[in-house]
Structures are given as C-alpha cells and as structure tokens.
Design a protein. Sequence first.
Length: 255
Amino acid sequence: MALFYAYPFLMCGRYAQSADMRELMEQFEVTGNSPAKSIPVNWNIAPTNPIYIVRAGSKDVSQAKRDLATVSWGMIAPWLHDIAEAKASQSRAINARSESVHEKPTFREAFLSRRCLIPADGYYEWATALGQYRPKQAFYLSARDGKQLPIAGIWSSWRAPTGEVVESASIITQEAQGELAKIHSRMPVFMPRDRWDAWLDSENKEIEALRNLMVSTSPESVVVPRPVSSAVNSVANNGPGLTQQIELGEPETLF
C-alpha cells in the first residue's frame, strides 16, 4: 500500500520524459556538455529518480553555452552529512515555492547561482477539493505545442563524507492561475523562451528581477489538461498508457 500512495498527491509529484538527448539538446539549444548516456524513458518519474536539467555552461568569447545534465530529483539540503539521511530527505524537497525559494535555507543558495530548466513531456496533478473534480482525480498536463515543457528549477551539488558527489534539483511552483486552479492550488513555473537567458545566468542575482521571471499568468495557453486513470498513482506502473485520457462522469467534465 505504501508503494501505491507514495508521493502522488504532492504538487508537482510526478512527471513524464520520453525525449532522447538529441531532441532536448535541439529544443533547448544546448551547445555545451551533455551526459555520457541517456536516461531511460520514464512515463512516471518519481522523487529521487534521475532527471535531465538544462543549466548554464562555460562561456566563450561570443556567448554563454548551455549544458544538459543528469541529476537526482529532490534537493539535498547543504547541511546534511549522512548520505542515507540526505537521500531520504529528497522526497521532501522536490518542489520549491516561488514565493519563498529565495529565503528557505535548503533552496536560497541554489536560487541565487544555480538555476536551471527542467524539461518534461508533461506532468501529473491530482485534483483537490478546491475545484469541480472528484478529489484525487489524476490529470496529465502537456504542452499545447507538442514540445517539451520548460519548467523553472534549481540545482545543487552535495558531497558526502565518503567523497561521493550527488547533484540534485527541485521544480519551482507558484500559485495556480486561470483554469488550472480548478484542479490544484499550485502549478509549476513555466519558463518561456524569452526568459531562458536571464534565468540561467548565474551572474544574475537580483532577487526581485528573478522573482518577476517566475510568474506564469496564462497557463491554459501553455498546457492542456486531461484526466487519466489512477494507474499513475503507483510508481510500479509505467508506459505511455498512463497519459491516455479517460472519460469522467457527468458532473466531472473538463473545462
């Protein structure tokens, strides 16, 4: 039973990634480093799983490069020392709130200098009692344009007493806007193309300017939600079938 209900009702607690590295490098204009090998396709990414991030790379004479990297989902707090405790803590730090990310001890250092984009096919959300849907009804939200969703994130590098280095990342969320608020009170911060350079620039440390970048006001123009089956609740389930739309009862129709 613990396996079935582990994490799913967190926001944002699961997402999908089926693109290969070449697709990601093309869409996100990665010209710097990339992983030595691809992450296996995963339609039900859960906390602590390996994920892709796009982050600032080295700068040459003409322009800054972008790197594609593989990290673990869930930020490890910098003050932790025991590796077992550090990895266990990750599921509690998969999301950082845009309203307080610059203040929270776990996130504030990364927010100032290690921001990233987290590409996703789409993400899963579970309805709360706030809207018109049955509580805990699962939804899959993917990009209207069929491309990868560029989600704002932060990353960190943590060194264990053994010398092992673990890189980890968190998704940044904000108060849900528009029609998405009918499903859940929170949503990921979507990062449009014209904000990427400012967001990834590690020399950009103006907190108010960075906070202004983390505002998505018309999410319904970015993503399309569709109800999906409760199979996604179990981390043991995987495959594209998890994203297939299901029919809801009469009182629970999509907007």
